[in-house]
Design a protein around this ligand. Structure first.
Ligand SMILES: Cc1cc2nc3c(=O)[nH]c(=O)nc-3n(C[C@H](O)[C@H](O)[C@H](O)COP(=O)(O)O)c2cc1C
Length: 220
């Protein structure tokens, strides 16, 4: 599989089988994560790979309770109809399924981000060089794309942050030193990989100046 095919078909795979995943395959995906760019090449992330069924169950319980609160807060989708409503409802059903089964995924990988000062300052004041998480999420996406090449499904999730300290306690990570950037369940998917529906890129593309849009490119 070439790189473009892998990334074009990497999407949220929320229905995972219990088939075990080799440790070596997870290691290869973590190596791909580690190759991601980071500001100043600081490589700030830490990975907690959870296979122990007890720890998975405990994390699954925290995730489900976090998702319950998030789900209850979601507004009713006014104005959606047809394909867009169907897609929204599919995502809601799949997200609920994941929330009820996160702990059953054979592997959970938690990407931790350190609580460290970021950005410098000069004699004119603080220098905004971008946020530290901009140096962590590329690694997470690299991980997911690498997993895709091994036929593994993943979903980048963050909702567990609703119960952040509880989640950190489950994995024994100090809350004064780390935050959770993402929890990624990993497993062989029950569904098929495919290209997800997205708005076309040209609609979000501006040339030379904001607002200067080009014609849509010829269909491929
Ligand atoms: C920053 C971020 C946070 C996300 N958090 C969650 C989450 O907590 N739970 C979940 O089920 N999906 C989560 N997702 C997955 C998105 O819902 C998913 O990427 C989006 O619906 C598109 O899905 P598709 O690629 O299958 O079309 C998250 C994605 C991102 C990028």
């Amino acid at each position: 599989m070439d790189a473009l095919e892998a990334l074009m078909t990497t999407r949220a795979m929320r229905r995972l089988s219990a088939v075990p995943v080799d440790a070596d395959v997870i290691d290869r995906c973590l190596e791909a994560a580690q190759q991601a760019p980071s500001g100043g090449n600081v490589q700030p992330q830490q990975y907690v790979v959870v296979r122990d069924p007890e720890v998975r169950r405990a994390l699954g319980d925290v995730y489900r309770r976090a998702y319950d609160r998030y789900e209850a807060s979601l507004p009713t989708p006014d104005g959606l109809e047809g394909d867009r409503l169907a897609s929204y409802e599919r995502t809601r059903r799949a997200s609920r399924h994941l929330a009820d089964h996160v702990g059953d995924a054979p592997v959970l990988v938690i990407f931790l981000q350190p609580l460290i000062p970021w950005g410098g300052s000069d004699d004119q004041g603080p220098l905004d060089i971008g946020r530290l998480d901009a140096s962590v999420y590329p690694a997470i996406q690299n991980f997911c794309i690498a997993a895709r090449t091994f036929g593994l499904g993943t979903t980048l999730t963050t909702v567990i942050r609703v119960l952040h300290e509880e989640a950190l306690a489950v994995i024994g990570a100090p809350a004064d030193r780390f935050e959770i950037a993402a929890l990624v369940p990993v497993g062989y998917p029950e569904g098929k990989f495919g290209r997800a529906v997205r708005r076309p890129a040209w609609r979000a593309t501006h040339h030379d100046q904001w607002g200067r849009k080009a014609e849509p490119p010829p269909a491929r």
